[in-house]
Ligand binder design. Structure first.
Ligand SMILES: Cc1cc2nc3c(=O)[nH]c(=O)nc-3n(C[C@H](O)[C@H](O)[C@H](O)COP(=O)(O)OP(=O)(O)OC[C@H]3O[C@@H](n4cnc5c(N)ncnc54)[C@H](O)[C@@H]3O)c2cc1C
Length: 560
């Protein structure tokens, strides 16, 4: 550990490292692991008592410590093989159980299951609702796979500074265009449709059955302050459906053994194995900027820690407006961050269950295939839209939407034998519920959510042993998710790719020399994918190397 050194005159000199990572969420840990691996003396400063951020496993019930929940995020999908292999995460405890099918039981009776990789069974399931839709499914899957081939590799691409006339930026833009020279008119049209359409309109073009359309709409609204009729939700669906980011096929959606906190723990072990130091209970108050350059940070307790590289992984408003300060930033960048959209209206409900839901449509509380995937509450497009419209009109949804999962269908580490954990990712409450706790209203909202499931599985309500409700206020106050947005910023079109987090600064560098940015508010975030942390570390490592060679680190002011 780098300790303060005593100077001759008795003053303490600040601890010094090569690199400081602000925030010990999974992206901060990934950044630290890569920096330490490159030989940089690295420290992670995490404000909470533990690392992980939104990828955290916790025991929320003091009187029932034998139950652990994956408190916020709950499934893995987009972590690229490069990161898993470079950091040897499997050796450090990364272990994924592939999820079972998507499952929706319907109030009018019957159910549907959709499989990620079984066309025949999908055909059988969809045929129950529409023969025409069943026949359309293979083309839909192929269409999506074709788009994923284009979009997937883009997730690992550093966005160019589009519009800049600097030779280096122009070269980046041309390189990107050249890589996509094989695209034809039809593919470009399909990407354009995906980027601009609502998931509802897109699905209307393909399918007729309300049940099938409801099922396929779920990924279009996850974590989004938008109902399924909003333009742009088609892209959100694609973001969650990409299976390959260009360096090998990603695992299908899956549950980490031990919950998402175990993903963070595996990355933390990797970072430590390369010599990174991780400090929890170390909230950062501000970034030290000297002569336009990052020089370290000051903690809440006044301690100063110095380094020539500072990687921040906090929400952009916290990282830049609060910690760097407007006076150290260009005015247009400040304006962009002030205008950053960061709403979600998400409420996470974690339940301990005495037994599995016994669905009328598929009876039995014994473990069955439909318990092993996502157990949805999204019976139709109209149902999802109504939930959003309630919140848009200023009320919590009367009948909320939910993406539910039961990780204990596989993972026996989270609860005692015979019991289960169910995680409900629900939407929507009004966008401004990050400003007040709304405790009683959240309890009533959770009651309504549970009633919705109870209508489909009549043993559900009585099976609940404990419940934990995390609303937008708690997400902001306890986890630093400003506005309650689950991705540090909405995945809306104006906040994607070269615009994430601000035009001119999508390359994981910032207006402050020596400061890098790798939170989910950068390109490829959000989600527990590690790509932002990896890219920010790569940018810092490349600039350190260039500086050591006496060359010029890639510089800022790219808007001219
Ligand atoms: C309810 C919910 C469900 C989700 N579900 C999924 C899912 O199933 N799958 C998926 O892939 N993604 C999911 N996500 C999104 C995903 O969890 C996030 O995008 C991702 O975890 C963010 O990682 P990060 O490292 O960028 O930021 P964070 O995890 O937010 O980490 C930032 C860290 O900085 C710390 N910090 C804040 N302020 C300070 C300070 N002043 N000083 C020091 N440290 C500070 C925080 O405590 C935190 O640990 C979900 C998110 C939420 C909230």
């Amino acid at each position: 550990m780098a300790r303060p050194t005593k100077l001759a005159e008795g003053k303490l000199m600040a601890a010094t490292y090569d690199a400081i990572v602000v925030g010990g969420g999974h992206n901060g840990l990934v950044a630290a692991a890569y920096l330490a691996r490159s030989g940089a003396r690295t420290v992670v400063l995490e404000g909470r008592h533990k690392t992980g951020g939104a990828a955290t496993t916790e025991a929320p019930w003091p009187d029932a410590p034998e139950f652990s929940v994956t408190r916020l995020s709950y499934v893995m999908s987009l972590m690229p093989p490069t990161i898993i292999n470079d950091l040897e995460l499997e050796r450090h405890g990364y272990k994924i159980y592939p999820m079972g099918p998507y499952y929706q039981a319907f109030p009018e009776g019957g159910s549907i299951k959709l499989y990620a990789d079984d066309a025949q069974r999908n055909h059988d399931e969809v045929s129950k609702w529409s023969k025409k839709d069943a026949d359309a499914m293979p083309q839909w899957d192929a269409w999506l796979a074709g788009l994923a081939e284009v979009l997937g590799p883009l997730l690992l691409t550093v966005p160019p500074t589009i519009g800049s006339r600097k030779p280096r930026d122009l070269a980046d833009t041309l390189r990107l265009a050249w890589r996509h020279r094989g695209l034809d008119v039809r593919t470009i049209a399909d990407v354009t449709r995906l980027m601009t359409m609502s998931i509802a309109d897109l699905l209307d073009d393909w399918f007729e059955s309300p049940q099938v359309k409801g099922a396929l709409a779920v990924n279009g609204v996850i974590g989004t302050w938008a109902g399924p009729y909003e333009p742009g939700t088609a892209y959100v669906m694609a973001h969650h459906s990409i299976g390959d980011v260009g360096d090998g096929h990603l695992g299908n959606w899956g549950f980490q053994e031990g919950g998402m906190g175990a993903v963070s723990a595996a990355i933390e072990r990797a970072a430590r194995s390369h010599g990174a130091e991780i400090r929890t209970g170390a909230p950062v108050a501000r970034v030290i900027v000297e002569g336009g350059r990052a020089a370290g940070v000051v903690l809440d307790n006044g301690d100063e820690i110095r380094a020539r590289v500072v990687v921040s992984t906090l929400h952009p408003r916290t990282a830049f407006l609060d910690q760097v300060g407007e006076n150290n930033l260009p005015a247009d960048f400040v304006r962009d961050i002030q205008h950053w959209k960061t709403r979600s209206g998400v409420v996470k409900i974690n339940l301990a269950l005495a037994e599995l839901p016994d669905f009328t449509a598929d009876p039995g509380s014994n473990l069955q295939e439909h318990h092993t995937g996502s157990v949805e509450m999204a019976p139709t497009m109209e149902y999802i839209e109504r939930a959003f419209q309630d919140a848009r009109e200023g009320r919590p949804a009367a009948r909320p939407f939910s993406d539910g999962v039961i990780p204990t269908a596989f993972d026996k580490t989270l609860s005692p034998e015979g019991t289960h954990i169910m995680s409900l990712f629900t939407q929507w409450v009004p966008a401004d519920w990050n400003e007040q706790p709304h405790t009683e209203e959240l309890e009533a909202y959770a009651d309504r959510m549970i009633d919705c499931y109870n209508e489909l599985a009549p043993n559900f309500k009585a099976s609940i042993l404990h419940r934990d409700i995390v609303g937008p206020y708690q997400m902001e106050q306890d986890y630093g998710l400003i506005g309650g947005n689950i991705f540090h910023g909405e995945l809306s079109l104006e906040q994607l790719f070269h615009m994430r987090p601000a035009p001119g600064f999508a390359d994981y560098r910032t207006p402050v020399d020596g400061m890098y940015y790798g939170s989910s508010a950068t390109h490829a975030g959000g989600g527990v994918c590690g790509i932002p942390g990896w890219q920010a570390a790569r940018a810092a490592i490349a600039d350190r190397k260039a500086a050591r060679r006496g060359g010029q680190a890639r510089r800022i002011i790219r808007r001219s």
